[in-house]
Design a protein around this ligand. Structure first.
Ligand SMILES: Cc1cc2nc3c(=O)[nH]c(=O)nc-3n(C[C@H](O)[C@H](O)[C@H](O)COP(=O)(O)O)c2cc1C
Length: 178
């Protein structure tokens, strides 16, 4: 392959880790939603997820204080709402209302599930030791919800600068990985 030099500032767009998700947090009777693409699985069981959440986001303070959140996984059908939640701050906007999304009570945490997402993962902060250095929250999933009717979820994958890939095609190959 005829590869050319690639700017370091764009490397993130090659290693985009997984579906764009919507992180919900709640405190004092108010809920918030933030869009997030920088996350990674770290362990099978208990399911452990590393998430980078900038200090400039309203969600940062909410997650740091409450130590719990829900990772909601949207599909392309609500792409505009996903981007909307990533371009506005919960400091100014009540995002459930603004983007016509529906909060549903979680079972194990105070933050709500988003009804319009096909999967929701209730999480608590397992390790905050890298928050001050990398804004990296290590989360443990303590309860997971999935709509079994959604067979091949058309999730969004962020390529940077407003570009997304849409997943949805499933192929099966022999693999040693679980
Ligand atoms: C596609 C997309 C992906 C994003 N990924 C992240 C991310 O991984 N980490 C982060 O801190 N902010 C990320 N953002 C930015 C936040 O969603 C954005 O700053 C948002 O306004 C924060 O909301 P809040 O202030 O209500 O918490 C992303 C935004 C978009 C549109």
């Amino acid at each position: 392959m005829a590869k050319k030099s690639f700017p370091l500032s764009k490397v993130y767009s090659l290693l985009e880790p997984g579906p764009v998700v919507m992180v919900t947090t709640a405190r004092g009777g108010r809920s918030n939603i933030m869009t997030m693409s920088w996350h990674t699985m770290m362990e099978f069981e208990p399911p452990t997820v590393g998430c980078v959440i900038s200090t400039s986001n309203h969600s940062f303070g909410l997650l740091k204080a409450t130590k719990e959140c829900v990772i909601n996984i949207p599909t392309v059908e609500i792409a505009e709402k996903v981007v909307g939640c990533g371009n506005t701050s919960g400091a100014d906007v009540e995002k459930f209302e603004r983007f016509c999304l529906t909060p549903k009570p979680a079972v194990r945490v105070g933050a709500p599930l988003i009804e319009e997402c096909f999967a929701s993962l209730e999480c608590r902060v397992a390790d905050a030791s890298m928050v001050s250095t990398y804004c990296l929250f290590v989360l443990e999933v303590i309860k997971a919800w999935v709509d079994p009717a959604v067979k091949n979820p058309r999730t969004l994958h962020h390529l940077g600068r407003g570009n997304f890939m849409v997943a949805g095609e499933k192929i099966k190959l022999k693999s040693k990985m679980k």
